[in-house]
Every structure is written in C-alpha cells, then in structure tokens.
Design a protein around this ligand. Sequence first.
Ligand SMILES: C=C1C[C@]23C[C@@]1(O)CC[C@H]2[C@@]12CCC[C@@](C)(C(=O)O1)[C@H]2[C@@H]3C(=O)O
Ligand code: AKG
Ligand code: FE2
Length: 361
Amino acid sequence: MSSIAESYKAIPMNLNHIIPLDFNGVHEIPESHEWTISTEHPIVDPVTCDSLPLIDLSDPNALSLIRKACEEWGAFQVINHGIPLNLFEEVELQTRRLFSLPTHQKLTILRSPDSITGYGMPHIQTFFPKLMWSEGFQLIGYPMEYASQLWPQEPDQQTNFCDVMEKYQKEMKAFTEKLFEMLLGSLGLTLEDIHWFKPTTDGSNNHQNVLTLNSYPVCPDPNRTMGLAPHTDTSLITVLHQSGSTGLQVLKDGSGWVPVVPVSGALVVNLGDLMEVLTNGLFKSIMHRAVANMTNHRVSVAFFFGPPRDVEIAPLVKLTDEDHPALYCPLTWKEFLQTKAKHFDKALEVLRNKGAKDNLD
Ligand SMILES: C=C1C[C@]23C[C@@]1(O)CC[C@H]2[C@@]12CCC[C@@](C)(C(=O)O1)[C@H]2[C@@H]3C(=O)O
Ligand SMILES: O=C(O)CCC(=O)C(=O)O
Ligand SMILES: [Fe+2]
C-alpha cells in the first residue's frame, strides 16, 4: 500500500525551497522575496463586482446553490456547517503559538526534502524564481513527534497542541465527507455511485487527509511580495479557515482576482484537481493565491480531503457517455501529486492528453 506521505520520495525538494526567511524584524523586502506581480488579471472589488457565493447549508436550496457555485467558481463559503466556533479559536491560537516561536525552534521540525509533513515553505515554491512571504506546517494525525521538539520543556503545551489539531481533523473529516456527499447530490449522484467510498460510523475509513497551518507574517510592502503563489489544490476538496484578515483571492474567469472577504464563522470550500477529474471537468478546480498584509500576522488552516490510498480517481461513469467521453486518465492522489511536482499548472492538461498513466512523464 502506498500513501501520499511517500509522494515526494521520488522527487525530493531543494533545501533552499524549504527553509523560510526569518521574518522577525525585516523592514525591507529582500531581493530574494521581491516579486513582479503580473497584471494579466486585475483585482476586482468584491463589493461592487463579483463576490464568492456564501451558502447557508441549512437553506432548502443548498444543493442547487452548491452546484451553481461549483460550476461557475469551483469554490464557495459556507455557514451553518455545524462545526463548533470555539474550535476555530482554539486552532487559531495554537497556530499562532507555533509560528511565534523563535526561528531556531521552528527549524527543529523542518520538513525533510522528500517528506510531506513538517515546517517549511509551500511545496510549490520550487516552481517560482522568487521566494514566498509565508511559512507553513503540514501534519497528518496526532503530531506529537513535532510538538515534543517545539515545546521540549512544556508537556502540557505539547498535549494541548496535539489535542486541538486532532479534534480539528476529526471535525473536518466528518464535515468533508458530508460535503462530498452534498456535492455528488447536487449532480444527482449518491455515494453508491462511488465504488471506493466507504463511510464508517467510527471515522475509521481510510481517506487520506492533510492539515496545513499557513502563516503570512506582517509585510512591509505586500504589493511587491507573494504570500502563496497562484495554484490549484490537488485534493478532492479543501476546507479553509481564514482568520479575520483578508488575503485569499480566487481567480474568476472573465473578471480577475476576487478577494474572499472573511465572514465570521464561515469556511471557504475550494474544489481541487481530483474533483475536476472525478466530475470529468463539470466542476473546476479553482486557481487561488494569498497575499500578506502590513498590519496583521495572517494565519489560515487548510484541510485537504483526498481519496483513500491506492484508489484511482477517474471520471465517474454516470457523468460520461458517447458525447462526453472521459477526459482524464485514472490515477491515485499520490500519482497525481507526483505529476503535479513535475508539471505543476499543466498537470491536468497532461492527464487529458496522455490517455494512460504510464505516459505521464
Ligand atoms: C497533500 C498535499 C496538498 C498540498 C501538497 C501536499 O502534499 C501537502 C501540502 C499541501 C499544500 C499546502 C500549500 C499549498 C499547496 C499547493 C502546497 O504547495 O502544499 C498545497 C498542496 C496541494 O494542494 O497540492
Ligand atoms: O491562506 C490562504 O488563504 C490560502 C491557503 C491555500 O491556498 C492552501 O493552503 O492551499
Ligand atoms: Fe490552496
């Protein structure tokens, strides 16, 4: 059995693309972090122009609103999701505790070049000549091996951190499974149409999920830097809790970069590349990016919901016919991460053109 944790073994990253800047006391943008931001797409005003749909999950029309948002945007915000709001406060507090540690302490849990978990710059850094104004920490499950290094003298803090992260992942797992069912429902499908989906009452099914804590330190000139460069996620669904400060922007066809205005207690749902594959392109994965700001240290928490290990994702049979042939070749999340690590934003195109996964190189 091969898991996503092994995805980067064949394509290790360069250490210069993992170690973040020590952002403390930086008042000038170093050349290494100075970006020329493309003006190909303008930043639009989310108040007077397009704004990301906000869906109330208790609305009787929720399914049709979800379908519209998934077809037109590939993302939406949700309220009435059932996750206790104090859990967001707890996860944000623990996230801030981690990132406010001295740099030498954070470097004790530096991600190794062939690994998925640990502290460092985003995996996509490798595709950009300039460095991003952010740092992140990826974890899977109960992260005691990391917490014990971060707070060696504080056993209570170690357990607090791990307990909150574990509780958050459990809530997110249940929520993303429910959301996945709603997304299918919006297309007239059920979980029965997904041969690999095995819901369990005790939460023990083997979906693969990753939690990422993102940190965007205060930046002296955000217009000349990039917090997290434009990308689509590889997951089926990503659920993002953004703290009170703006920073996330989604790319809307025909409009431009639309800032996602934080709504208290709401979660942002992004569709990832594997959802585009599964729905044979009916739902699109959304291009998005994040920017830092001059006044607040912005943090966000992203939960990546993926398929079980060794399950090949392919366009759903019920969504294909003679007029709508399958557009993508089947592959596992791990194989897709490897394709993305080679081809980045061309990865879906590669899947469309190759027909069989043996030809992905
Ligand atoms: C499972 C994963 C999704 C992710 C790559 C990763 O292997 C672990 C971290 C995730 C993350 C977080 C920041 C943005 C992103 C594009 C990246 O570079 O690392 C996503 C990845 C993704 O969606 O592929
Ligand atoms: O911080 C954000 O708003 C975006 C984070 C994100 O896109 C990611 O973690 O993949
Ligand atoms: Fe993302």
